[in-house]
Design a protein around this ligand. Structure first.
Ligand code: SF4
Ligand code: SF4
Length: 586
């Protein structure tokens, strides 16, 4: 008698085949997506560096359920490149790209006043002397590219580096607004906003929306992600100053397993209680450029963040309240909006079946879907949703008016107010205050990069040579390195940046220290330091030496500059010029 042959089952279901990158050499390689152990795992093999696996989504059931949240893309008016080597090497946007641009980013500089252990821009204080800084003309051209591609673009975000260190940031914001881009965001760590009155005044005048890096309250969180235990006080000060100036803020938190996942509930509760905050954006940490050492198989993803939020808010916000955004791939971005009235919050997904409307597969079989409601929901569930704006809040109320049988909503009353005051009697800001947005966006890195997702990306970096490069391609494929090298001034005589720097030195536009006092090495460091210039100009005068020393430490200025500041005569300084002269005399 022969024994039955033992057969072994595979431990996963092959879901699809795609293309990705080798995390070591970045070459484009085949990849498989598998459902395994309740998670979604990417598997791939590089002919040179071997096999790799990474978790790309923490809930395989949810992953397969949301696939219908995928609407046809919209063509941009113009493509910037041609199809030559195949995706993702032709960015962009090339004619193969499946979506237009909802949100464009401009990195205006590469230097920062922090040296975060987690930084996809690979920024830091070391770039104060050698980093790039875009010119007004470059930003002008980049915005024109965006306008030409979109016709009527809605959202641009100025980022860096730390964009508030750029002396022309306010000019860039005004320029974008003049070009008709109504929703302008500044992505910042908030340090300068916390102490620079002139900058705050400019922001209050121009009213960009502030995307404020805010990862949590624990010293350990801030030390591990930002390299500094003492940032919370500065961020709270920045927030209070923005609230006083009536500027709207979205808190942006990078979330890393075993670092700050336990803080997501507290961040949302805090956001709901702070008058400047109109939303929270969670970004699971991804492994592009600088990041913490971590196992790609324990990577945190959107469902992990949302489950933690559900647990920590005791169900005030639940995973089921979040709906994938259909303009990009549905696994990229989950959003909810809540009606807020004092202590009470109601996610609108509990009032209106948003899923039903934004599930495009099911929609085909539904006899009648309200076109008006669909269009409002598509605006809200989009990467170009102007979070915290009067318009987004009005859209939430319009959606409720059109989509529910609630008599209050139908009568045009504010469904968030206990008093049900008519919306027409609210100021636009009051309506906006009644709406709070939370989203979770999962960016890809060389481990998780999926060509299918990037082809439908609707978040693009504008670069000075006229290309528009999808966010995850820019950070993973090698475009960032290419663009940065082309902009770096150091050792590149004749480049625009070098010429600009030379002209600025001649005009005294941003070089503070012209002295020839003792310590030429120190002076040379300072002469080239735009960050030092910003530092001196950003202080509140009159100012004591001890406060200057503390501010230099808080801003993480280079040791050279901190040493120079420590040697200042111990007295008060009445204005930037006086401080500059004193530093020159050291
Ligand atoms: S990501 Fe888009 S723009 Fe870039 S190569 Fe692929 S299809 Fe073209
Ligand atoms: S604040 Fe932002 S740009 Fe600056 S180092 Fe940190 S992550 Fe990078």
């Amino acid at each position: 008698m022969s024994l039955p042959i033992a057969r072994t089952e595979r431990d996963s279901i092959l879901w699809e085949v795609t293309r990705s990158l080798c995390p070591q050499c970045r070459r484009v390689i085949d990849a498989q997506i598998h459902l395994r152990g309740g998670k979604v795992v990417m598997r791939k093999r590089c002919p040179e560096h071997g096999a790799f696996e990474a978790v790309v989504f923490g809930d395989s059931d949810l992953y397969t359920r949301i696939l219908g949240h995928n609407k046809p893309g919209t063509l941009p008016l113009r493509f910037q490149t041609e199809v030559k080597d195949g995706c993702p090497l032709d960015c962009g946007l090339c004619p193969e790209h499946q979506q237009h641009t909802c949100l464009a980013l401009i990195e205006v500089n590469s230097a920062c006043n922090l040296d975060c252990p987690l930084c996809f821009a690979d920024s830091g204080t070391h770039l104060a002397r050698t980093g790039f800084q875009l010119t007004y003309e470059q930003v002008d051209t980049m915005l024109d590219t965006f306008v030409a591609a979109e016709g009527d673009p809605e959202v641009v975000q100025f980022s860096g580096g730390e964009p508030t260190l750029h002396p022309q940031l306010l000019d860039f914001i005004a320029l974008a607004q003049r070009k008709g881009i109504s929703y302008v965001m500044v992505n910042t760590n908030g340090i300068r906003i916390a102490r620079d009155d002139e900058l705050l005044e400019g922001i209050a005048r121009l009213r960009p929306h502030i995307y404020l890096q805010f990862d949590g309250f624990d010293e350990r969180t801030n030390t591990m992600l930002r390299g500094r235990p003492d940032l919370v006080e500065t961020k709270l000060r920045a927030l209070d100053r923005l609230a006083a100036a009536d500027v709207r803020v979205v808190l942006v938190a990078a979330i890393e397993r075993d670092v700050n996942l336990h803080e997501v509930g507290r961040i949302v509760e805090f956001g709901l209680s702070h008058p400047a905050v109109f939303g929270v954006n969670f970004q699971p940490a991804f492994r592009a450029q600088r990041h913490l050492a971590a196992d790609p198989m324990t990577r945190i993803t959107i469902p992990d963040v949302l489950r933690a939020l559900e647990e920590q808010t005791n169900g005030r916000f639940a995973l089921g309240d979040f709906v994938p955004v259909p303009c990009c791939m549905p696994t990229c971005n989950f959003v909810t909006y809540a009606l807020v009235d004092g202590e009470s919050t109601t996610p609108i997904t509990r009032i209106l079946d948003i899923d039903l409307y934004l599930d495009y597969l099911k929609n085909r079989t539904l006899p009648r879907v309200s076109d008006e409601l669909l269009s409002i929901l598509e605006t809200l569930w989009s990467s170009s949703a102007p979070v915290g704006s009067d318009r987004a809040a009005a859209d939430v109320h319009r959606a409720l008016n059109v989509g529910t049988t609630d008599a209050n909503a139908a009568a045009g009353r504010c469904t968030a107010c206990a008093a049900r005051v008519p919306l027409s009697e609210h100021t636009p800001r009051d309506v906006a205050r009644h709406v709070f947005m939370i989203n979770t966006r999962d960016f890809m890195d060389p481990w998780t990069f999926n060509v299918k997702n990037v082809m439908k990306c609707c978040v693009e970096f504008l670069v000075p040579d006229g290309r528009m490069i999808p966010f995850c391609a820019y950070n993973s494929v090698g475009y960032r390195e290419q663009v940065t090298a082309s902009l770096m001034p150091a050792g590149r005589p004749g480049t625009r940046a070098t010429a600009r720097r030379a002209a600025a030195e001649k005009d005294g536009a941003f070089v503070v220290w012209h002295g020839t006092g003792s310590g030429p090495r120190v002076m040379q460091e300072m002469q080239e330091s735009e960050v030092a210039d910003q530092f001196v100009k950003g202080l509140d005068y009159p100012i004591e030496k001890a406060v200057i020393v503390a501010a230099a430490r808080e801003a993480s200025l280079s040791q050279t500059i901190q040493d120079a500041v420590a040697k200042l005569p111990d007295r008060d300084y009445s204005e930037p010029d006086e401080l500059t002269q004193a530093l020159n005399a050291i």
